[in-house]
Design a protein around this ligand. Sequence first.
Ligand SMILES: [Mg+2]
Length: 153
Amino acid sequence: MLFAGTNGYQGRGGLPEYVQSVKVGIGKEDGMRLENLIPYQKALMDKIPHGHKIKDEHMGSVVAVLGLMEEGHEYLNSIGVKAWRANPQPREEQLEELTDMLFFYLELVILSGFSVDEVEIEYKRKHAVNMDRYKRAEQNDYGWDTRGQKEGL
Ligand SMILES: [Mg+2]
């Protein structure tokens, strides 16, 4: 169950001290009321200088990423990843969904201003990085992964 508050908080590593000093009144003893979180979220949103407005020049990329996400979900559905709907679609329909993703990816490449050559070079660079990571993982070496090592996260 999602809850926030100073009393009974059981999240990762406890709350920072400055947060503990704030009585938010939505701890376990008060019951979880989502509406009590709304003022907190509104205060946070007021700090966003552009008010969540997306610049016109970014809208095409936003729509393309949404399309890529949608097609990714359609592809996953087509191969039957849902436990409650596990029958895969015919292969030709899976191929269509997989290809639908490519449309949006190529749209993103065009909108980004990067050339296909730049993407290819970057792909090969990142491929080498990822291969190195797998190679190190085989040796149980995850030294490159520093996630979770910062305090207060
Ligand atoms: Mg589709």
